[in-house]
Ligand binder design. Structure first.
Ligand SMILES: [Zn+2]
Length: 335
């Protein structure tokens, strides 16, 4: 089913089989010459079939449109490269480009980095073998057209300005439809679930960068945020405040756990609250364990950057401890 969410803008919800995300919201912006599709879905046959049939419902074929992909995750980028013809333009951002199609060496390297944070290599290897980013990513390299913050595209009745809002990934890019002050926000802001913020090699303090990007978006006073998954956000200021409070809560949980003494990220992870159903942490799916550990690391890095905690590396293992000033029980971290 397609839904006209703005004049000349259609939402196509592409189902993601067996994914807790349920579907990716792909948006088609009508244009007399080349309509633009914002985000696709996993590179898997079921998604391709849904995508092509919804596009036809909107009166388009895969070779009549160009693509803008908000970020590197396979549930947004995966299909774009395999759908694109040689004449198709696929707009993308520069910082995410090296990770658009990571090789086996990258995944092995990530396993070693997680091991430094205490996650056993057997868990991360199993997670990476089943990781959607590895299985459903683009099947080929593609000459993406790189856009920078502030660049402008004109499609249909809209002036679309690139607004780089990083943190969810190193280069995550939104598009602001200036005429209506509506933001195509990818996974920067989600309504029913919280965007995953994880560690990135080559990006210091991803959570800090994410929270700053949220503040920057709050300053735009957008009227609606057209999200990458689930429902559209109509009260953006309220949702941004909720997301900030969610991270403040988690940061204070991490501080509380470290009151018991020095620990690595993999030991902190099971002791903070997650929106997952499980009785024993050992029963959690390895991919979810990897995501949760990455998120815990991002929170630990945020606290370390602000001097609330310190880290030390011994025997190839990174451990975190509260800074002397933060031993006081009344220390409260706000975002
Ligand atoms: Zn994402």
């Amino acid at each position: 089913m397609i839904e006209e969410v703005l004049p000349g803008v259609f939402r196509m919800a592409i189902p993601l089989p067996r994914s807790p995300l349920k579907a990716t919201n792909s948006y088609l912006i009508w244009d007399r010459e080349r309509p633009l599709v914002i985000d696709t879905a996993f590179n898997r046959p079921e998604c391709r079939e849904s995508f092509v049939s919804l596009l036809r419902e909107a009166g388009q074929e895969i070779d009549s449109v160009d693509y803008f992909v908000t970020h590197l995750h396979a549930d947004h980028l995966g299909l774009a490269a395999s759908l694109a013809r040689n004449s198709t333009v696929v707009y993308f951002n520069e910082p995410d480009l090296p990770l658009a199609r990571p090789d086996d060496a990258y995944w092995a390297w990530m396993g070693e980095i997680y091991e430094e944070h205490g996650l056993p290599l057997a868990v991360s290897r199993e997670a990476m073998d089943r990781h959607p980013g590895r299985i459903y990513g683009p099947d080929r390299d593609f000459p993406y057209t790189i856009l920078q913050d502030g660049d402008v595209l004109r499609k249909g009745n809209y002036t679309l300005r690139c607004v780089q809002a990083v943190g969810h990934t190193p280069g995550h890019m939104c598009l602001l439809a200036e005429e209506l002050n509506v933001l195509f926000c990818g996974d920067h802001i989600l309504g029913d679930i919280t965007p995953n913020i994880t560690m990135w090699t080559g990006m210091a303090d991803p959570l800090g960068r994410y929270l700053s990007s949220l503040d920057m978006i709050a300053g735009l006073h957008v009227s609606r945020a057209l999200t990458g998954h689930r429902s559209i956000v109509t009260d953006c200021a309220k949702r941004i405040e909720e997301l900030k409070q969610h991270h403040a809560w988690r940061l204070n949980e991490v501080v509380a756990v470290l009151r018991d003494g020095e620990q690595d990220a993999a030991s902190v992870t099971p002791r903070i609250s997650w929106d997952l159903r499980y009785e024993r942490w050992d029963d959690v799916h390895p991919v979810q364990k990897l995501f949760a550990t990455g998120e815990a690391i991002a929170h630990l890095q945020y606290l370390a950057t602000r001097g609330v905690i310190t880290s030390s590396k011994r025997g190839g293992r990174i451990r975190y401890q509260l800074a002397p000033d933060a031993q006081n029980e009344h220390v409260h971290v706000s975002t």
